[in-house]
Design a protein around this ligand. Sequence first.
Ligand SMILES: [Zn+2]
Length: 55
Amino acid sequence: MTFQLPTTCPICQETLAPDRSLDNHLVGSHTHHEIRNHTHRETASNAVSTQSLDD
Ligand SMILES: [Zn+2]
């Protein structure tokens, strides 16, 4: 995927600017606890993208 559609945060429903990545938003605006609580209910593919946050 080279073209990024506008992303809506699954936690706070905020629409991110096209040049902002969801990962950056999650790290900057949400705690790991929030992210983990949310992604726990999401699909496995979504959880994969958050593994890098769990450092
Ligand atoms: Zn958010």
